[in-house]
Design a binder for this molecule. Structure first.
Ligand code: ZN
Length: 337
């Protein structure tokens, strides 16, 4: 698996649907679009094959610029990730690693690919980097950062006033790129929503127009900053449901669990039921320790929270829950002065 590098937009790129890109991109690809300034805006999309808002917003931007004959303010380097999974509209294939967990080294072909992308990125001396994602459950649009430094916060807030700060899982692209330039992951709601595509498109236009990213955070009271504290995982073999019906299930979660994303859940909140007492949820903290007993209480069949938290990314998609996680628990974070 070698990285394919294009030094201009390949024919057809702007018009193909995300699941058709495989026709012109033999695999993970970098596309370097020339603009007025050299230091590029680095854009990543389709690290997860079913998350199509980013590629659609990028296509819209490049098409519009072409139609209006307006040159980009600076170079843009676009990394199109899991083209193979996109063809099948899945997050990833089970034989593949997660393309947003391969960025801190390893021995798989995908790790070598990541190293090639990072080498290109370093040599290009990027101005800023944006990795565009969707969530499988309902969530507001929000930005994630891995460093609480002013340029990161100022880049992130151009997309949303809701920010999530996290340092685990390691191996995400935005964390690797944070070494070199302000870097953000944006979560632009569920795939296929035209509002999400328009919002991302407008954000990219703003970023292209930036001359510099301010080094001081103004009006910090306008921001809602959350810190991810734990990630909830289900046992590999567990059979899951999303209602009270326990037939053939090991765990079931409350219907519309994702409607609770980014809301304050008080201590004692019911999040689901465990029908197989042999199995436990795994609640992993930032040091990868299982701290289930600090957060989760089993009362009979009920699964309840032991402390107040704000959930994010709770998903109702069984395959994604197994491939990634059920969701994250966060707490509000006050930015220091
Ligand atoms: Zn994603």
């Amino acid at each position: 698996m070698d990285l394919k590098i294009f030094d201009s937009v390949p024919d057809g790129f702007l018009d193909l649907a995300p699941n058709e890109l495989r026709q012109i991109l033999p695999g993970p690809s970098l596309i370097h679009c020339r603009g007025k300034k050299r230091s590029p805006l680095f854009l990543a999309t389709l690290l997860h094959g079913n998350e199509t808002t980013g590629i659609r917003a990028i296509q819209k931007l490049l098409k519009k610029r072409r139609a209006e004959n307006r040159v980009l303010e600076r170079d843009a380097v676009i990394f199109v990730g899991n083209v193979e999974a996109a063809k099948n509209n899945v997050r990833r294939f089970s034989k593949q690693p997660d393309y947003n967990r391969i960025w801190n080294g390893g021995n798989l072909p995908e790790h070598r690919l990541a190293a090639q992308v990072l080498a290109y990125f370093k040599a290009a001396r990027a101005f800023a980097s944006i990795d565009i994602h969707n969530t499988s459950g309902k969530n507001p649009h929000y930005s994630c950062i891995n460093r609480l430094e002013a340029p990161f916060i100022n880049l992130a807030r151009l997309f949303s006033q809701t920010l999530v700060y996290f340092t685990r899982p390691k191996g995400v692209l935005s964390m690797a790129l944070a070494e070199y330039c302000p870097s953000v992951t944006i979560e632009s709601g569920q795939p296929g929503d035209p509002y999400g595509e328009q919002h991302v498109y407008e954000f990219l236009e703003k970023c292209l127009g930036l001359k510099a990213i301010p080094g001081k955070v103004e009006a910090k009271d306008d921001l809602y900053v959350y810190h991810t504290i734990v990630r909830i995982q289900v046992p590999k073999e567990a059979r899951l449901g999303f209602d009270e019906n326990f037939e053939g299930k090991d765990f079931s979660f409350v219907p519309n669990l994702d409607a609770r994303n980014f809301t304050e859940l008080p201590e004692g909140s019911l999040i689901g039921w465990r029908f197989n007492p042999e199995l436990n949820l795994a609640v992993m903290d930032e040091s990868d320790r299982d701290v289930e007993s600090d957060f989760i209480e089993y009362r009979g069949r009920e699964i309840r929270l032991k402390r107040p938290v704000v959930p994010s990314m709770f998903s109702l998609d069984e395959q994604i829950v197994h491939q990634d996680c059920l969701g994250y628990l966060m707490e509000r974070y006050n930015l220091p002065d």
